[in-house]
Each structure stands twice: as structure tokens, then as C-alpha cells.
Design a protein. Structure first.
Length: 377
């Protein structure tokens, strides 16, 4: 079901405190807590910035490194300079909250079959022309209906709904990184596993500071060319590759998603180059998901990705030596399943976001006893 922003906001009206109601689209999810007054957004000093002359500030959160004059905002639209003090306007200001299967993120090697309390604020630090959640990512916080949910309440909400994980997702968690950090601390204290679903466009310092709190991190790798990032993302490739290397070296579990867009980033040569880079720089055990594109936002003139393109890309990555390569947005496809890289035994069978069969025993293949990397317990 396609929802425009006005319809999505109308579905959020009339929320009872403490109630979580499922909706088919992330931006249409209802949330508990008090409604945020768009004229009185919650204000908290940002954690990563430096003061400059003439009341200007330089943001140290993402590679945009915005230099912001007094009374102006950064590229993300959710950080504002107030007389030389840089503040975030979205700490706890949640515009979307939903209980999702962890497979929807997608994480295929993190607690299969469990659910995650997924949450987002408005804003993003890039502008992907193919964004699926543009109704919240490409708007300022005063333009999107939101509810104030402090970290402890977010954790209580997760536990009331039987979720074992919390997931910062939907828009771009980097722009609400202070909230991600504080929510992760609260989640850990309550015995929950915090994860992040991100574009990977973040500076090294804030990334390293929060990584120890996170159980897993999924990065959307848009393409393997700077030209694609410049033209279709309004960003750069190099910082994302650096993010991937930092996450991998940290010990936080990492998975990668590549949305294959017909004619733009799906050539055999680019897929092969991407696969080689992942194997060389991250290792063969990092799961790689090739996901099918569907026309949306500013790219409605392109067709959906052919199934054959997903299958061909998966074959290329496997041939390059990657152990866990998945087909995304193809419910029921064999490429959704997890196989032992040693003996090819079927380990986890999936249909869409549903686990049909999980044959792992203590995180290992029941046939050859090979340990399978992931977060299984």
C-alpha cells in the first residue's frame, strides 16, 4: 500500500499512551508517548561538533562536516546552531515505531525469528533518489508528526511487546546518533540487543564511541563508484567503505545490503569489484544481501530489478569466495536460505521474513560441525 506523507501522518493520530499499533509502512506506524509540539521541539546539545569564530560551528558527526552559521541547520535538517551552541532537535522525538522481524532489517545472522522494536526520527544526511522512506527521511522534524519517547520508555515498550532487540532504522540513525547511543545504553541494561540499520555515512569518532554498545550494524552500500554516490545519493563512497572496515574490526556483527538498480549499479563488473572488495577488506564471512529495487520516490521511471540480475549477482559473489550471499525482496527464493559454506547443508530456511526451519546446533552446522558466524543466542 502506497502512503503519501499526509496520509501517513493522519494514520498516526489518536494515539493512546503505551499502545503500539502495527502498520504496513514504517512511516505510518503509531507511537506511544506525548505528541511533540512542532513549535517546541526537544532540544539537547549535540555531542560531536566544534565551535568556530563568529558563532559558527562545524559538525563532527558525518562526512558532510557542515559548517553552520548561527540560527541555521546542517544538511540533515535536525541539527541547529543556536548562538554558537549546536543542538539536536530529535533526541527522543520518534516519528515511527514498529515491531518487526529481525529478518526485515535485514539481519540473517542475528537471533533468527526474533523481533526488534524499530524506531526512527525525521531526517537524513544524504538524499537517495530511490529512498523508500522519504516521507520521514527527507523532512524536517517540525514537518513530521512525532512523539516524545525517552530511552527508558523505548526499552519498556520493547519488553512489553516481546521484542528482544531494538533497531534504529527507517530514516538514518546517524542524524539521531545521541539518541541511538542513549537508547542502546538503556537497552543493554534491560537485557536487550541494540542494532543499527544505516547508510554508513558517519565520521570515525562518533562511530567508534557508540559501536561497543551495539550488537549488530547493517550498512546499505549503495554502489562501488563515487559517481553513483555523487549523482544519486548526494554523498561519497570512500567514507562508507571506511565505516565498513571500522565496524568489521570492532567485533560488532556486520551485514551489508546492496540495492541493485537496473542500469545504474548492477553490471557484472561492478558486482565482481564489490565482491572482491568485501572479501579482501572485510573477509568472506560477512553476509552480503543483493536486494531487488522497486520504483519509488524520484526513480519511478525505472523498472524493478529482474530476478535474473539478483541471481547472477549472487552467483558472482559466491564465485569470488563470499560464504553467505543472499537474495533480497524475493520471498520464497532459495537465495534467502543459509547454507553451510563447508558442506552446503541447508541450515536456515526462510520465506520472506519468516523462519521456516533453523537447523543450527549451538551456532554450528549439524552435519559437519563447522561454526557459523553470527549472533545466535
Amino acid at each position: 500500500m502506497k502512503l503519501n506523507r499526509r496520509k501517513a501522518m493522519s494514520l498516526c493520530a489518536g494515539v493512546a499512551a503505551g499502545t503500539l499499533i502495527s502498520r504496513p509502512k514504517a512511516s505510518a506506524a503509531q507511537a506511544p508517548g506525548s505528541l511533540v509540539d512542532p513549535d517546541q521541539l526537544p532540544v539537547r546539545e549535540a555531542s560531536w561538533y566544534k565551535k568556530l569564530e563568529h558563532l559558527k560551528v562545524e559538525c563532527g558527526l558525518c562526512p558532510q562536516a557542515c559548517v553552520v552559521a548561527d540560527a541555521e541547520r546542517g544538511t540533515c535538517g535536525v541539527r541547529e546552531n543556536r548562538a554558537g551552541k549546536y543542538v539536536t532537535l530529535v533526541h527522543g522525538s520518534v516519528c515511527s515505531v514498529h515491531v518487526d522481524p529481525i529478518e526485515k532489517k535485514p539481519f540473517f545472522h542475528v537471533l533468527p525469528g526474533e523481533s526488534a522494536l524499530s524506531f526512527a526520527t525525521a531526517g537524513c544526511n544524504v538524499e537517495c533518489k530511490f529512498c523508500q522512506n522519504w516521507e520521514i527521511s527527507q523532512f524536517r522534524p517540525e514537518q513530521v508528526r512525532s512523539w516524545y519517547i525517552p530511552p527508558d520508555e523505548l526499552t519498556r515498550l520493547a519488553k512489553r511487546n516481546g521484542a528482544k532487540l531494538t533497531a534504529a532504522t527507517y530514516s538514518e540513525p546517524t542524524v539521531f546518533w545521541e539518541y541511538v547511543r542513549d537508547a542502546a545504553v538503556a537497552a543493554r541494561k534491560a537485557g536487550l540487543r541494540p542494532v543499527v540499520v544505516s547508510n554508513g555515512y558517519i565520521q570515525a569518532k562518533p562511530l567508534r564511541e557508540v559501536l561497543p554498545l551495539l550488537e549488530a550494524y547493517k550498512v546499505d552500500l549503495k554502489a562501488m563508484t563515487e559517481e553513483f554516490y555523487r549523482r544519486y545519493v548526494r554523498g561519497r563512497l570512500k567514507p562508507v567503505l571506511e565505516t565498513l572496515e571500522i565496524i568489521r574490526s570492532s567485533g560488532t556483527w556486520l551485514e551489508i545490503v546492496v540495492l541493485l538498480i537496473p542500469g545504474l549499479n548492477d553490471s557484472q563488473a561492478e558486482v565482481k569489484r564489490l565482491s572482491k572488495w568485501v572479501k579482501t577488506n572485510l573477509g568472506p564471512e560477512v553476509p552480503l544481501h543483493f536486494t531487488r529495487f522497486h520504483p519509488t520516490y524520484l526513480m519511478k521511471d525505472l523498472p524493478p530489478t529482474p530476478v535474473s540480475t539478483i541471481e547472477r549477482s549472487r552467483d558472482i559473489a559466491l564465485a569470488e569466495g563470499l560464504h553467505f550471499v543472499y537474495a533480497g525482496n524475493l520471498p520464497g527464493h532459495p537465495g534467502e536460505n543459509t547454507f553451510c559454506p563447508s558442506c552446503r547443508e541447508l541450515l536456515i530456511r526462510r520465506v520472506g521474513f519468516t523462519i521456516v526451519e533453523n537447523r543450527l546446533q549451538g551456532g554450528a552446522c549439524p552435519a559437519c560441525k563447522k561454526a557459523i558466524p553470527g549472533v545466535w543466542s
